[in-house]
Design a protein around this ligand. Structure first.
Ligand SMILES: [Zn+2]
Length: 359
């Protein structure tokens, strides 16, 4: 085997050992500098330093040499192998860095963008609403989601036998008081905070109260069993219905744009008198019968409002002969759905990043 790779002289005599190593070194080096790519490098490695490469075979042939030559030849062949391996490594790194991105770091490539976190669309909408009222001097408050029945209903002029309680299918806590009545619930609206604020503060009051509410009802494209509301309350001497309209109109302009128009129509809520429902003009059409957002009416209802019912003021300890006020409440999901053209309220709470990352 050794004969096939170790050059032999024409006269059949072995050339000097140093000469054979030097010849192999020259040949391998020039072959290495001729390599141009990864395939050429692999070929070179197989031919010279691989398991059956010429240098490897040369080393193996040491055993067949006369004993007095083995040590010197073995050392020289080992030096050659190390030297060629180092040259190979060097050439390999030259070729791969010249080849560019396939094998090396290309510093001119733009980086990968990390996924950025962001606020939930409902949080964004809550902040937009509260800052629109904040610009008009309203302070933001929050209140308990687990509420006493007397704040959620009684203080809001909804006595136990009042038919309006049917409007609020309620999650009750499993607790019965001394009279055998259930008295703790998950609030069905943010309105109980009207009573809590009035109990703890003196007029003038200008507050906006965002928060989560709960109702025991079936879920569909426009109903969730939990949702956000924002409550608005202003109480002072001399507050009139004109203040209600002016404030809510300015709010609509802030949130839906300066061209926004509003419409007020009579509505009923037990805790206001008179009560109204406010709508904004449809952003999608001008009363087009085919519009699927406003269903052809040209208007989108966004909140209920009204002058605070004298009975609500009285229950909070205010003299309704001296103080008046207005209150409003809106569903945050509805505002967000109208602003962004979202068709199904359930998207907000499905935790689907494909939806959430659009905002
Ligand atoms: Zn429309």
């Amino acid at each position: 085997m050794a004969e096939s790779v170790i050059p032999t002289g024409t006269d059949g005599a072995e050339p000097p050992l140093d000469g054979r190593i030097a010849a192999l070194r020259d040949e391998a080096r020039s072959a290495l500098s001729a390599t141009r790519d990864a395939d050429g490098l692999q070929e070179w490695r197989n031919r010279y330093v691989g398991r059956s490469g010429e240098v490897t075979l040369l080393l193996r042939s040491v055993g067949s040499l006369p004993a007095d030559e083995r040590a010197a030849f073995g050392q020289a062949a080992n030096r050659l192998k190390n030297e060629l391996q180092a040259s190979f490594d060097e050439r390999e790194s030259e070729i791969t860095s010249a080849a560019g991105p396939a094998g090396a770091i290309d510093v001119t490539l733009s980086g990968r963008h990390p996924i950025r976190g962001r606020l939930h669309p409902i949080t964004q909408t809550v902040r937009e609403i509260t800052s629109a009222f904040g610009a008009m001097g309203f302070q933001t408050f929050e209140g308990p989601e687990v509420e006493l029945e007397r704040y959620n209903f009684t203080a809001m002029n909804i006595p136990a036998d009042h038919p309006a309680r049917d409007m609020f299918d309620t999650f009750w806590l499993d607790r019965v008081d001394e009279d055998g009545d259930r008295s703790i619930l998950l609030r069905t609206h943010t309105s109980p905070m009207q009573a809590r604020i009035m109990e703890s503060q003196e007029p003038p009051i200008r507050v906006v109260i965002p928060g989560r509410c709960y109702r025991y009802e079936a879920t569909d494209a426009s109903h969730e069993w939990h949702f956000y509301q924002v409550e608005v309350l202003a109480v002072d001497e001399g507050i009139t219905f004109a203040d209600l309209k002016g404030t809510l109109y300015e709010f609509a302009r802030q949130v839906f744009g300066p061209e926004c128009k509003v419409r007020f129509r009579c509505d009923f809520f037990p805790f206001v008198e008179p009560g109204v429902e406010m709508a904004v003009n449809c952003f999608n059409c001008d009363g087009d019968p085919a519009c699927r957002i406003c269903r052809g009416s040209g208007w989108l209802e966004i909140m209920g409002a009204g002058m605070v019912h004298p009975e609500v003021l009285r229950r909070a300890g205010y003299d309704p002969g001296r103080y008046t006020g207005f209150a409003a409440g809106m569903g945050v999901e509805r505002v967000a759905m109208l602003k962004h053209g979202i068709e199904d309220i359930r998207h907000f709470y499905a935790n689907d990043m494909r939806f959430l990352s659009q905002f």
